[in-house]
Design a protein around this ligand. Structure first.
Ligand code: HSE
Length: 450
């Protein structure tokens, strides 16, 4: 850097340092909170220069006092268990505790005392976002939450701001790293679900209790937030159709591989002429689809907008530093508003579109059946599809040799459908289960992305 530029930079640091600090309160000092505190301390001068005023940590609320948190660089005297008091003493409150309470009460209290809020709390936003937005509007403060969905990946600001002039039709993403890691291991090693979860736990990708991830609750909360922003419509986590990955078997993953596809847990938010459809479930996608190449614990989100066309966002969806990057980006944004005046965008729910039942979603199914091998079987199976107005795209039959004890002797039938409503497809499967020529329905999986 030329000497005069370095001098100017130094001057601007000195100038911003001499200005009154913006008071930052941090709620939570776990993996993300400690990374936020450390990066805020390490990069204090640059952040002050970017904001125009220094950011001063006035307190860090923790559940248990007295632990050694020196790695954060924050003075030990600033750690407190009195979060209620702390939020009344700040210009910006950063919340990384998670969960509904006490986070909601603390953020409402912070806003009532005039603080802007930066939060990574997807569960709270997906359950009660409108209450937070209303409080932000009432008190004239900012509410930013980039870190709540897909960690480090800049995704909410593009939806909220960069694409605010476009017409978003679809958001299709892998927004949970734990399940992506598990499904990736099942695909690459042939492992079953439980073994893959154990590997993920051993490496720290999955929690000791992985329910929120493997049952799709985490992804459903993120899908609700994405759909709300994309479609200017309130969508809560309870509006999201949710299926996790606990029922995905090694045989499903192998069947996907035979179709040159891969199984992913997808969050799918779509706008149709009837309303919006928001769902989280495992699905097969072709290996040629950009989301199929998203390996291990990475996240990626595909956005389709009328004018922009197809966009893809990719990166780390979890972890201390990656999530802290998104938190700090929000902190700089709201701090800049404090310095320059004005506010970022508030809630945009003017479109108020109906949220459709999953039965109205359009999708395709991959169905594996064990059937009798005799005349008229295919006709009966085909009739179940025709009667429900579901068109078959491909059929593949594999004979199962008879065993000496009289077992086997049937066939495996793999059917992939054309697009139909989920209701029609699921009604078809119900009929198949009742047919005397069908010995069993081995697996049913949605097919997306082609
Ligand atoms: N548990 C989440 C995941 C990260 O596995 O992606 C936090 O949302």
């Amino acid at each position: 850097m030329p000497v005069h530029q370095a001098d100017e930079r130094q001057d601007s640091h000195v100038a911003s340092a001499s200005k009154q600090s913006l008071r930052v309160a941090l709620l939570g000092c776990g993996v993300v909170g400690s990374a936020v505190a450390r990066l805020l301390t390490e990069h204090a001068e640059d952040l002050a220069a970017r904001v125009g005023r220094p950011l001063e940590i006035v307190g860090v609320a923790v559940r248990r006092a007295g632990r050694d948190r020196s790695e954060t660089g924050v003075d030990a005297s600033l750690f407190t268990t009195d979060a209620e008091d702390l939020v009344t003493r700040a210009d910006v409150v950063v919340e990384v505790i998670g969960g509904i309470e006490p986070a909601r009460s603390l953020l409402l209290r912070a806003m009532a005392h005039g603080a802007s809020v930066v939060t990574a709390n997807k569960a709270l936003l997906a359950e009660d976002g409108p209450t937070l937005y209303a409080a932000a509007a009432e008190h004239g403060v900012d509410l930013y939450y980039e870190a709540a969905v897909a960690g480090a990946i800049p995704l909410l600001r593009p939806l909220r701001e960069s694409l605010a002039g476009d017409d978003v039709r679809r958001v299709l993403g892998i927004v949970n790293g734990t399940t992506n890691y598990v499904l990736d291991k099942m695909d690459t090693t042939g492992a079953g679900f439980s073994d893959a979860v154990e590997q993920a736990q051993a490496l720290g990708y999955a929690e000791a209790d992985p329910t929120a991830d493997v049952e799709g609750f985490d992804a459903a909360a993120k899908a609700a937030i994405l759909a709300s922003l994309a479609f200017h419509t309130r969508v809560a986590s309870t509006d999201v159709y949710r299926e996790g990955i606990t029922e995905v078997t090694a045989a499903d993953v192998a069947a996907a591989r035979e179709m040159d596809s891969v199984v992913k847990l997808l969050a799918i938010c779509e706008r149709t002429d009837k309303g919006v459809s928001v769902r989280v479930h495992p699905a097969m996608i072709p290996r040629t689809h950009p989301l199929a190449g998203v390996r291990e614990a990475f996240n990626a989100v595909f956005v389709e907008a009328v004018a922009a066309g197809e966009l893809m966002f990719y990166g780390k969806g979890a972890g201390g530093d990656p999530t802290a990057s998104a938190v700090l980006g929000d902190l700089v944004a709201v701090a800049r508003h404090r310095v320059a005046g004005g506010l970022g965008p508030g809630e945009s729910s003017y479109a108020d579109l109906p949220v459709l039942d999953v039965g109205q979603a359009l999708t395709r199914y991959h169905i594996s059946l064990e059937i009798e091998d005799r005349s008229g079987v295919l006709a009966k199976v085909a009739a179940a599809f025709a009667d429900n107005d579901v068109s078959i795209e491909t059929v593949r039959q594999q004979l199962v040799p008879a065993t000496e004890d009289g077992g086997g002797g049937g066939a495996i039938l793999i059917i992939v459908t054309h697009t139909a409503t989920d209701a029609a497809l699921s009604a078809t499967v119900e009929v198949l289960r009742t047919l005397d020529v069908v010995r069993g329905v081995n697996s049913v999986m949605r097919v997306e992305g082609s």
